[in-house]
Ligand binder design. Structure first.
Ligand code: NAP
Ligand code: G4F
Length: 327
């Protein structure tokens, strides 16, 4: 029988890859989408005719009740959030409302309307913040370092609480950074790959950056959405760390991206205090042994391969735009 899935955050990076995956498995996919004056559908344009969109917002409880009633989901993937850490210092209260309280709104909508639906919460390695041990596992204590991280800790624990209070199948994926050509340009990987391509094409001269010493465990978003799906195919709800088990500095990322286009990064990168954060997460490195063992999850795309993919995508996109402008 066809399964129904409801995805919040469907227009985002992960929402788009997850929708593709679920459609390929024969799911009927419903996507919660905010009304915007100028719709930005870049990530899902190619599959938009296969998705049933429901208008709603994490802050509007009624719209979430309706979304669950209309979609009658077997599985709910709660990916919507204010997801940019930098912005969370500029808009801490809004980040708390979307990224923390929004999770409770979604859980309530599921509890009232479809309590047997399986629920996935998009938790984050940002919750480990000032890391208490390395590598980080499912049992590493949280020590968030940003309003975003604090909000995600709330979202994580309210999901655990609904599981324990109401016996719901509710679980969290503690996902480490994952990237792709569909990543927003404000995040460091895409900012760097886009800038390297612009510099190569003569559209830009310098790239202004913050802390190059921070270390992240970067994987490919397409691999990570598979882990989300696998978590909801289990008999018992359980939280899992999803990561590559490798860590790289921001400088290494810059080296790979500029190197792909034969550029010397030192000739272009300028440190700008504007991009240095009030409190930094210095090092993230995940241990996903449990996900490999219990879910059978496997990583397919490595760090360099992913950065090269992003650089090539940005370079080709910009080159085509330039070509069209010349015609
Ligand atoms: P993203 O590209 O920023 O997408 C966020 C999505 O949330 C967008 O579709 C956005 O819609 C939607 N949204 C934001 N506020 C909303 C609201 N009030 N009501 C309804 N929808 C709202 O993020 P992503 O990288 O795909 O990440 C997906 C989830 O995983 C997020 O919860 C993020 O915090 C979490 N996460 C991400 C990573 C990572 O490395 N990517 C790692 C760990 C956890 P609009 O298009 O209308 O803005
Ligand atoms: O790419 P970022 O903005 O990602 P960050 O803060 O690690 O958060 C991402 O991953 C989390 C999982 O751990 C998600 F939950 C969250 O939603 C998001 O997807 O920054 C990565 C690192 C930071 O240490 C930052 O200080 O890059 C450093 N950085 C240095 N210069 C910069 C810049 N980051 C940005 N965005 N822009 C810079 O110019």
């Amino acid at each position: 029988m066809t399964k129904n899935a409801l995805i919040t955050g469907i227009t985002g990076q992960d929402g788009s890859y997850l929708a593709e995956l679920l459609l390929s498995k024969g799911y009927k996919v419903y996507g919660l989408r905010r009304r915007t004056s100028t719709p930005i559908m870049d990530n899902i344009q190619h599959i938009q005719d296969e998705i049933e969109f429901i208008e709603g917002d994490l802050l509007d409880q009624g719209s979430l009740h309706q979304a669950v009633q209309v979609s009658n989901p077997d599985e709910v993937y709660n990916l919507a959030a204010q997801s940019f850490v930098g912005t969370s210092w500029d808009q801490p209260a809004l980040t708390g409302q979307f990224t923390a309280i929004g999770v409770t709104h979604m859980l309530e909508a599921v509890r009232y309307n479809k309590p047997d639906a399986k629920f996935y919460q998009a938790s984050s390695s940002e919750m480990f913040g000032k890391v208490q041990e390395t590598p980080q596992t499912e049992t590493t204590p949280f020590y968030p370092r940003s309003p975003y991280g604090v909000a995600k800790v709330y979202g994580h624990w309210i999901t655990v609480n609904y599981r324990e209070s109401y016996n719901m199948f509710a679980c969290s994926g503690i996902l480490f950074n994952h990237e792709s050509p569909r990543r927003g340009v404000e995040f460091v990987t895409r900012k760097v790959t886009d800038a390297a391509a612009r510099i190569k094409l003569g559209l830009q001269k310098e790239l202004r950056m913050g802390n190059l010493d921070a270390r992240r465990d970067w994987g490919f978003a397409g691999d990570y959405v598979e882990a989300m799906w696998l978590m909801l195919q289990q008999d018992q709800p359980e939280d899992f760390v999803i990561s590559t088990g490798e860590t790289h500095t921001v400088q290494e990322l810059v080296e790979v991206a500029f190197g792909r286009l034969g550029l010397r990064w030192q000739d272009h990168v300028v440190i700008d205090p504007k991009f240095v954060r009030p409190a930094e997460v210095d090092l993230l490195l995940g241990d996903c042994t449990q996900a490999k063992r219990k879910l059978g999850w496997e990583l397919k795309v490595g760090f360099e391969q992913m950065i090269n993919m992003m650089v090539d995508s940005d370079f080709n996109r910009l080159k085509n735009t330039l070509r069209e402008q010349l015609v």
